[in-house]
Design a protein around this ligand. Structure first.
Ligand SMILES: Nc1ncnc2c1ncn2[C@@H]1O[C@H](COP(=O)(O)OP(=O)(O)OP(=O)(O)O)[C@@H](O)[C@H]1O
Ligand SMILES: [Mg+2]
Length: 243
């Protein structure tokens, strides 16, 4: 059997702030196979970002076990987690998280600097990643010179530039209008279909989850629903796909 990309068993996360303990995750079991496109939903405070941070190797679980591509990453130290993130994982956030006085090209190249890729190759790969998201010709634009949807596509290019196997997107359309959201979903669906990327999207919006193949719902730090979406919406047919 092929090893799943993500195998999480009985994962808990307790936050300690002063004297208060918050049980953000209370025993989560989740298996994600390579090439799945999964939506994680749930009301505010249900543990979505906490789970995504653990799955994305940004944080450790308090208890339970996490295997990423078969490797036990539950107790790895910060440096080892950073190494894994750099090579296997791409992130996309609601607020784009682009450096403001930095061109699209340099923003995309950033993860390659950390990975120690030589200058010439770095710029070529950043340019290619921008092309993949339909932003050729915008290499030298600053974030303020781009629309919200274009900024999010720069962020997606940055997530892609290390050729990760998994993309984690936390509310990737949260700051975008409906039409632009559909464009971003078209791009993610395209990457999923054409490149076989595993994509995990945290969203509040049922309309966005509908573009995924599977829906996982959290409540109070537990998975209360996990089901296949029989006929995912196709963003390219509804909006303009620039991928
Ligand atoms: N760093 C932290 N320190 C203390 N408590 C935290 C921390 N991060 C999250 N929490 C708490 O853990 C619980 C889950 O938070 P989390 O951010 O995972 O929710 P969420 O589902 O992503 O919510 P939202 O939809 O608002 O983004 C909440 O009760 C929250 O207050
Ligand atoms: Mg959140």
């Amino acid at each position: 059997m092929v090893t799943p990309v993500i195998q999480v068993s009985q994962v808990t996360r307790v936050y300690a702030t002063g004297a208060t303990l918050v049980q953000a995750l209370r025993g989560v079991d989740l298996v994600v196979k390579a090439g799945e496109m999964v939506a994680i939903m749930g009301v505010s405070g249900s543990g979505k970002s906490t789970l995504m941070h653990i799955l994305g190797c940004l944080d450790h679980p308090t208890g339970g076990r996490y295997l990423l591509n078969g490797q036990d990453v539950t107790r790895l130290d910060r440096d080892s987690l950073a190494y894994i993130r750099n090579r296997q994982i791409g992130f996309v956030f609601q607020s784009f998280n682009l450096l403001s006085n930095t061109t699209a090209w340099e923003n995309v190249a950033l993860p390659l600097i950390y990975a120690g890729v030589p200058g010439k190759e770095m710029m070529a790969r950043a340019r290619a990643a921008l092309q993949q998201v339909g932003l050729q010709g915008r290499e030298l634009h600053l974030p303020t010179q781009l629309s919200g949807g274009q900024q999010q596509r720069v962020a997606i290019a940055r997530a892609l530039v290390n050729e990760p196997a998994i993309i984690f997107a936390d509310e990737p359309t949260g700051a975008l209008d409906t039409r632009t959201s559909i464009e971003v979903m078209a791009l993610l669906q395209h990457l999923h279909r054409e490149r076989g990327l595993t994509i995990i999207i945290v969203t509040h919006e049922p309309d966005i989850a509908a573009y995924c193949q599977r829906l996982v719902r959290l409540r109070d730090g537990m998975i209360i629903e996990d089901r296949v979406i029989a006929e995912p919406r196709q963003a390219a047919e509804e909006g303009e796909c620039r991928a």
